[in-house]
Ligand binder design. Structure first.
Ligand code: PLP
Length: 393
């Protein structure tokens, strides 16, 4: 079947959930994706920060091959070897004691919400409110949509899950006003990715940590996007010098394989059997991939991310002297900037025509989140395409 026929089928047979260009991807290698017409794209979206080791990395392919010949699936009712190994690796490399595995970021966040409410039920006279922030994004299940502060979600799919109150992002006074006896947790992204790469201040996070300790409120960091090396450290919270009570991870943790996790401390190991679980918790293929990705990240990839992130920002500053680039921000390889003359979506489309995939999360902003093992050569290619499509100041 030729590619035009395939595109017609795609447009007519898949449930419409988003707008997609008339492109069908068939292959990925390193920093590049290839479509059915043989066109090659430089990928600075990387599955929204998922493909931390690039496309089709050897480490994932061989972990899947080996594990699929040994044990594809057991049952979450039993421990399996890679599940045990991955829990050990994650807890021994972090400040956490316990791991719960699932498949998506939304599920990891739902797990954190459930754990916080369990804590409220057991230790705080039934406190169940969770404070989240305006413009935040925590997922697309009904409960994580209710937790999210994304404006477009506000009126969708009523009735909403109750118990979420929204504070202004990066505003300690706004959070303090919302804290009550009913509060069991505060949940936030240290960097709001979907909102356009908004970075929280160190003082704000330090103060939040202090307040949560004082009031016996759980502090949950949603590191679905910022975790697993994306910001140049294993966890973004390391930049802030604080530890949350719960962290949620997804995206980069599986390098493209559906995998997510919630990590927490021994104090919060309080679910009774049966209160949390799932058919695919600790799924052996996912666990094997998680271990392989983790080992690669620890083997120089996170350092590379920090270095390449700095290089991109330096080059963006240089570019901003002549072109419409402004408000450059980000940590590691989660970078945002704004455009003064072109709409973000229009710019992303122009770049697509130049075979570059980039994302515009907000009207004026552009977000770059390439694989963490990117090289200078590919960064040079990025800037060549950006320069070609940007408007001069
Ligand atoms: N939390 C954050 C910060 C995210 O960026 C996302 C996805 O973009 C999610 C949660 C939801 O993750 P998933 O789409 O895997 O459910």
């Amino acid at each position: 079947m030729n590619s035009d026929n395939l595109i017609q089928i795609a447009n007519n047979k898949l449930l419409t959930v988003t707008t997609r260009p008339d492109i069908i991807m068939v292959k990925g290698k390193g920093m590049y994706l290839y479509d059915t017409k043989g066109k090659k794209y430089l990928d600075f979206v990387a599955g929204w920060g998922v493909n931390s080791l690039g496309h089709s990395p050897k480490a994932i392919a061989s972990a899947l091959k080996k594990q699929s010949k040994t044990l594809v699936n057991a049952s979450p009712a039993y421990y399996n070897l890679p599940m045990v190994e991955f829990a050990k690796l994650l807890t021994e490399s972090s400040c956490f004691d316990r791991a719960f595995f699932c498949s998506t970021g939304a599920e990891a966040n739902e797990s954190a919400i459930k754990l916080a409410r369990k804590y409220g039920a057991v230790h705080k006279k039934g406190a169940s409110d969770i404070i989240t922030t305006l413009d935040s994004f925590h997922g697309r299940t009904l409960t994580t949509m209710a937790a999210s502060g994304k404006t477009a979600f506000r009126k969708l799919f009523e009735p909403k899950t109750k118990g979420f109150v929204k504070a202004k992002f990066n505003d300690i006074k706004s959070i303090k006003k919302l804290i009550s006896k009913k509060t069991c947790a505060i949940m936030l992204e240290l960097i709001q990715g979907e909102a356009g790469v908004n970075i929280s201040d160190k003082e704000y996070i330090t103060e939040l940590r202090r307040i949560c300790r004082k009031e016996d409120i759980l502090l949950i960091f949603d590191e679905v996007q910022t975790g697993m090396g994306r910001t140049g450290k294993l966890f973004c919270f390391e930049h802030y010098g604080v530890e949350p009570d719960i962290v949620t991870l997804a995206k980069g943790i599986g390098g493209g394989f559906p995998l997510s996790a919630m990590l927490t401390k021994e104090t919060y190991n309080i679910f009774e059997p049966g209160e949390q679980g799932g058919t695919y918790t600790g799924q052996p293929l996912a666990m094997a991939v998680g271990i392989a990705v983790f080992k690669e990240l620890q083997n120089g990839v996170i350092e590379n991310c920090a270095k390449m992130g700095d290089l991109i920002k330096t080059k963006l500053y240089k570019l901003s002297e002549e072109y419409e680039v402004t408000n450059i921000r980000g940590m590691g390889l989660l970078i945002g900037f704004d455009l003064t003359k072109t709409k973000g979506k229009d710019f992303a489309n122009k770049c697509l025509n130049s075979n570059l995939l980039i994302n515009s999360p907000q009207e004026k902003s552009i977000r770059l989140m390439p694989p963490l093992n990117i090289t200078e050569k590919e960064i040079d290619e990025l800037f060549w395409i950006l320069e070609k499509n940007l408007v001069k100041k």
